[in-house]
Design a protein around this ligand. Structure first.
Ligand SMILES: NC(=O)C1=CN([C@@H]2O[C@H](COP(=O)(O)OP(=O)(O)OC[C@H]3O[C@@H](n4cnc5c(N)ncnc54)[C@H](OP(=O)(O)O)[C@@H]3O)[C@@H](O)[C@H]2O)C=CC1
Ligand SMILES: CC(=O)N[C@@H](CCC(=O)OP(=O)(O)O)C(=O)O
Length: 346
């Protein structure tokens, strides 16, 4: 007996994260692509904005109308910050909703307002399956806040070291470079080809990036005590990928081997987190199109700091892939369905 496919609706389907989700949904064994909602692109053909999605050549984007979403088994929201709460509130409580945006990630409403502006829409289950023991909560949640792109690689790289007491919580420094799709499709001077190509630039410097409280929230949970993070993001002249370097003061006597073993122990058997062999360092290219996190770590005995390097594809593990992984868990499907850990190279 074959069961009928589950219906997946995507709101914000014309954007970069929505497009990546559609690419993954088309290859998923259990989903059919349901309503595809957009804002100003309503009425346009899907392939006008996503030319690679030829399987959807006969589909057009509809306007964002909650009535059209009611029948879906899962609704993915890939909207600008501040737009998810009202739509989610109008959907049945039993419908699985996965929010790729930031609206429901933070428990601290004051921090949300400070970094994003406006009112906090509420706090949902944080959907990072490999972090601690999150899977049981994700499996029963009907509202899932999908993690941010920078936080994904940074948190998964450092959380096990904090949990094991191998690094100190009060002096965590993150410098991470992202590809331009991280900023979404909207046009801006900062994203003009002539501005981005051929150079690397820093932005939102000085503790102002909105992912700072999200990284601190998850790492504080892992450490069991307050973690303070200094985060500096960089814009890199590439479409996809995030390479993050995270450093923290080493506890006494901790060696590279001990750090490496802690990451191995935390992620043994995880299909999407790979601790690279000693001596190999993560590269964004190796994770492109994959739901993968690549990690490596060293003890810098000269400065007394642990150095963790992580690579992800911001659109896949950093957004749409992780969202689909969460939906798989919440709908009782195999967690890896429709997802690959194999990247595109070179
Ligand atoms: N890009 C990335 O790497 C990541 C993105 N995210 C998050 O995912 C979300 C989407 O990001 P991304 O795809 O990059 O952004 P884009 O700007 O590329 O896409 C935004 C989407 O939202 C739609 N939209 C905008 N305003 C409205 C509205 N008022 N009502 C309905 N739809 C609207 C747009 O439709 P239209 O263009 O038709 O107006 C478009 O489909 C954001 O919250 C982002 O922070 C999370 C992790 C990584
Ligand atoms: C390169 C670039 O501009 N990246 C974006 C990432 C934003 C994002 O993806 O936002 P959420 O993960 O919070 O939804 C930024 O730094 O603001």
């Amino acid at each position: 007996m074959t069961s009928s496919p589950l219906v997946a609706a995507v709101v914000g389907a014309s954007g970069y994260a929505g497009g990546e989700l559609l690419r993954l949904l088309l290859a998923h064994p259990s989903f059919e692509v349901g309503p595809l909602a957009a804002g100003s692109s309503a009425g346009k053909r899907v392939t006008e904005l996503h030319p690679h999605l030829t399987a959807l050549a006969d589909r057009t984007f509809i306007g964002t109308d909650v009535d059209a979403l009611i029948e879906a088994d899962v609704v993915f929201l890939a909207l600008p910050h501040g737009e998810s709460g009202a739509i989610a509130a109008a959907l049945p409580a039993g419908t699985l909703v996965v929010d790729l945006g930031a609206d429901h990630r933070l428990a601290d409403a004051e921090a949300w307002s400070r970094y994003y502006g406006g009112n906090h829409a509420g706090t949902w289950t944080y959907g990072m399956p490999e972090l601690g023991d999150q899977r049981a909560e994700i499996a029963t949640a009907r509202r899932i806040a999908n993690p941010g792109c920078y936080p994904t690689g940074v948190i998964l790289g450092l959380a096990p070291l904090l949990a094991a007491g191998l690094v100190e919580p009060d002096d965590v420094v993150v410098v991470a470079a992202s590809g331009t799709t991280g900023a979404g499709r909207k046009p801006s001077d900062a994203l003009l080809a002539s501005t981005v190509m051929g150079q690397l630039s820093a932005y939102k410097v000085g503790g102002t990036h909105q992912h700072t409280p999200e990284i601190e929230q998850a790492l504080t949970g892992a450490a069991g005590e307050r973690v303070t993070v200094s985060f500096t993001p960089l814009l890199a002249p590439m479409p996809r990928g995030i390479l993050a370097t995270t450093t923290a003061r080493l506890a006494d006597g901790v060696t590279t081997e001990v750090l490496h073993e802690a990451l191995h122990a935390a992620y043994a058997g995880e299909p999407f987190v790979t601790v690279l062999p000693s001596g190999s360092w993560p590269q964004t290219g190796a994770t492109l199109g994959a739901n993968s996190v690549h990690l490596q770590v060293a003890a810098d005995r000269h400065s007394g700091r642990a150095v963790v390097v992580s690579a992800i594809d911001n659109l896949t593990k950093g957004a749409a892939g992780q969202a689909l992984q969460n939906a798989n868990i919440a709908l009782g499907l195999p967690e890896t369905a429709g997802l690959t850990a194999i990247g595109v190279a070179p």
